[in-house]
Design a protein around this ligand. Structure first.
Ligand code: ADP
Ligand code: MG
Length: 304
């Protein structure tokens, strides 16, 4: 029996091993990723895709910064929308007919504490003089040991605003690509209208919201390691296989999963299963088809 599955693809699946995001490498990485996705579709599963965009949005940001004297820099949320479109086209070309990409907005709270104290560094290092110039455009820059870098908020995703479009396309039989890069962050203004904000939404947390919104029963987070591990980086790392929600919560609270990498994946898995998803899987890209049918990767279920 086919299941409805949401697959979240990590940066390595979109950019190739060195992360430089040269066009040819992106195309090759996406084609390789879609080989594995196609296996799931061929098994009769109804697939929805989301993906990261870190290196791509970083490159666009850098172009804006370097060309600022010549071409007016565009806001970060515009860069995010651009990456959704370009990565979406690569996926559509690689997967073949019957695929749609939805430019997707994710609602965030303007009172999210991240906006008052942005801490997520993006783009490359610049000199203090350059940083001061960008500060005049309303950006926040911080001094790090290697130089000055822009920082932005990484607010909690509250709602995938365009999820209704995604489910309508799914009902017509389309494989849908949505909420790339966590979605374009928007806030609701006092008059009810929506406005983009310059922030970065964690793609794994947005994936958990999207997976619930489209009523996926399984969420697979595809990354570059086959399992989440206990004692990662230490002398005796141990892979986590099947695990219950309560057990995973205990490990998460004990700090086994690094913030900004495995931490948000584990958090997303916990949120998805807590909200009623049947199963969340964290594994490497080549394992995703096996993970659907067998006991591969880190498999999170409510109770075992
Ligand atoms: P993606 O681009 O797929 O989101 P990330 O680099 O954000 O990938 O997260 C995957 C990385 O998380 C792994 O390559 C690994 O280095 C790191 N990591 C941190 N803690 C753990 C852990 N406990 N178990 C496994 N990997 C971990
Ligand atoms: Mg990541």
């Amino acid at each position: 029996m086919g299941e409805r599955v949401l697959i979240a693809l990590g940066g390595n699946a979109m950019t190739g091993p060195d992360g430089s995001a040269a066009p040819g490498e992106q195309r090759a990485a996406v084609e390789e990723a879609m080989r594995h996705v196609r296996a799931l579709v061929a098994d009769g599963h109804e697939v929805t895709l989301t993906h990261g965009n870190g290196p791509q949005v970083g490159n666009l940001l850098l172009k804006n910064q370097l060309a600022a004297e010549v071409v007016p820099p565009v806001p970060l949320d515009w860069c995010g929308a651009q990456t959704q479109a370009t990565i979406g086209v690569l996926i559509m070309n690689a997967l073949g007919p019957g695929v749609a990409t939805v430019v997707t907005r994710t609602l965030v709270d303007p009172a999210d504490p991240g906006f008052a104290d942005p801490v997520k560094p993006i783009g490359r290092y610049f000199t203090e003089a350059e940083a001061r110039r960008f500060e005049k455009l309303g950006q926040t820059w911080r001094r790090f040991s290697r130089g000055w870098r822009r920082v932005v908020a990484s607010p909690e995703p509250l709602e995938i605003l365009d999820a209704g479009v995604v489910t309508a396309l799914m009902a017509e039989g389309f494989t849908v690509v949505a909420a790339g890069g966590g979605g374009v962050p928007v806030v609701r203004q006092a008059d009810g209208s929506l406005a983009g904000v310059e922030a970065v939404i964690d793609k794994d947390l947005a994936a958990a919201l999207l997976a619930r919104a489209v009523r996926a029963t399984v969420m697979i987070i595809a990354t570059d390691v086959p399992h989440a591990m206990i004692g990662y980086g230490g002398p005796d790392p141990r892979p986590i296989g099947r695990i219950s929600l309560p057990e995973l919560r205990v490990l998460h609270a004990a700090g086994h999963f690094a913030g900004g990498s495995m931490g948000p994946k584990v958090e997303a898995a916990i949120r998805f299963v807590t909200a009623g998803g049947a199963r969340a899987v964290i594994t490497s890209l080549p394992e995703i088809a096996h993970a659907m049918s067998g006991n591969v990767g880190t498999q999170v279920e409510k109770g075992l």
